[in-house]
Design a protein around this ligand. Structure first.
Ligand SMILES: [Zn+2]
Length: 440
């Protein structure tokens, strides 16, 4: 007896071969996919479950993996506009410092994670000030999160000094190692905000605790110039020199990288997170995704925080990633839909070290899956489901979301949390958030 059977499913597996199974049946027991088969198969005809649901008129995809987010920053969406990254960050930090306490961070995290989950994202890598609050928010909503202690050279929010950064990163990683819903990562902010000694300390903690290591890298030209001035090196070479690259390292952005830096990223098997919306809106530039793909870099996709790109929409990220690559190269076959869909699913799972459990719908993997409505004016006729995912579908088409076989979004509504409570609490904070910048 299975716990759940999904029938009448058009399954976009996102496996290595990009297999699509029409009229499929998926059977789940204890959160794991045990059967995935066409409805006419012998095994499919004999299945019995406690609950059966029909996915008629829906595509079924693995939950998306957003590899770069600052969910708590959703509190500040639209507050700081029309500035380049460096000036923009200085304003953001003033607002964060005035507003963020554990509870407000939790509130922002619920808001940001809810936006992710309602749009079909089941795993998020999140960099923010109170990582335990992010975990609390993600677990309450029923999704997976990769997060952990952050590092800056300046005192951070919550009276953090360097000893506290170290302690928090170590303690967090230690606590969540080996869990299925929290993937620990040590997260120094960037090479321009954290000195080499502290970056190395952060990497040492990540390695010792078997955690991931993530930082912002080569996001703007100004950042490259700054690192060149300070250390006489480009950002990625600087990181390489200090042994910060590797298969457990995740670099957000990599907009301004030269051929040699791309080689270093490839050879070290470092992951890159492409954040097209944030890079465009902050006028940082367009990442050389085609060159990185050709070199063999593991490319993943992220939204960044809602304060830079103003939404947390992985469907928009997919469409921009493919369209920008084609437009920049003037090559319509560049970065095709199937590759971009992998950036948002399987590649993310590989980057998290979870490729055996997440990122595609396959027997033996966790049952993290989403329903996408394909009975709409913008999806009929549906000749190519993968192209539709990237160029036709949008987040409002995501109707239902399951994590480890448990339904966490039903008919566009969270099942474990009344979002209206969060929305009214955030609205009541608005005057304080607005005032946080009045003297700045
Ligand atoms: Zn970021």
């Amino acid at each position: 007896m299975y716990d759940l059977i999904v029938k009448d499913a058009l399954i976009v597996t996102c496996n290595e071969e990009h297999t699509i199974i029409k009229n499929a049946v998926m059977a789940i027991r204890e959160g794991i996919i045990e059967v995935l088969s066409p409805a006419e198969s012998n095994i499919a005809k004999t299945l019995k479950a406690k609950k059966t649901i029909s996915a008629e008129n829906r595509m079924v995809l693995p939950g998306l993996i957003n590899m770069h987010c600052h969910a708590g920053d959703s509190l500040f969406r639209g507050l700081v506009e029309n500035l380049p990254l460096e000036a923009w960050l200085n304003r953001v930090w003033i607002a964060e410092k005035a507003i963020l306490k554990p509870h407000t961070t939790y509130l922002g995290s619920v808001l940001g994670f809810a936006e992710n989950l309602l749009s079909g994202v089941t795993s998020v890598m999140d960099m923010f000030w109170y990582p335990h609050e992010a975990v609390r928010a993600a677990q309450m909503l029923g999704m997976r999160v990769s997060t952990g202690g952050i590092f800056f050279d300046f005192p951070g929010i919550g009276e953090r000094n360097h000893d506290r950064y170290i302690e928090e990163a170590r303690e967090f990683s230690h606590r969540y190692t080996g869990t299925q819903d929290v993937f620990p990562v040590v997260m120094p902010h960037g090479t321009y905000t954290v000195c080499p000694e502290h970056l190395k300390e952060a990497k040492t903690i990540a390695d010792a605790e078997n955690a991931l290591f993530c930082t912002h890298a080569a996001e703007t030209k100004a950042e490259q110039a700054d690192i060149q001035n300070r250390y006489g090196n480009t950002v990625i070479r600087h990181m390489d020199k200090h042994d910060l690259l590797g298969e457990r390292t995740v670099l957000a952005h990599c907009v301004h990288v030269d051929e040699g830096e791309i080689d270093l990223i490839t050879q070290s098997e470092t992951t890159v997170v492409h954040n097209p919306m944030s890079n465009l809106k902050l006028a940082s530039g367009i990442a050389p995704t085609i060159q990185m793909q050709k070199a063999g870099v593991r490319l993943t996709l992220g939204t960044d925080g809602a304060i830079s790109g103003n939404d947390l929409d992985m469907w928009l990220a997919m469409r921009l990633a493919s369209s920008l690559a084609k437009g920049v190269a003037m090559e319509p076959a560049a970065l095709p839909a199937k590759d971009v869909l992998h950036m948002a699913t399987l590649n993310g799972a590989q980057a998290l070290g979870q490729e055996k459990t997440l990122g595609s719908l396959e027997v033996g993997k966790q049952a993290d899956f989403i329903f996408v409505d394909v009975n709409t004016a913008h999806s009929v006729p549906l000749f190519d489901p993968i192209t539709h995912c990237v160029f036709g579908a949008g987040r409002s088409d995501v109707s239902d979301v399951f994590v480890a076989g448990a339904q966490v979004v039903k008919d566009h509504t969270l099942t474990r949390h009344d979002l209206s409570e969060t929305l009214s609490e955030v609205k009541s904070l608005m005057p304080f958030i607005k005032n946080s910048l009045s003297d700045a």
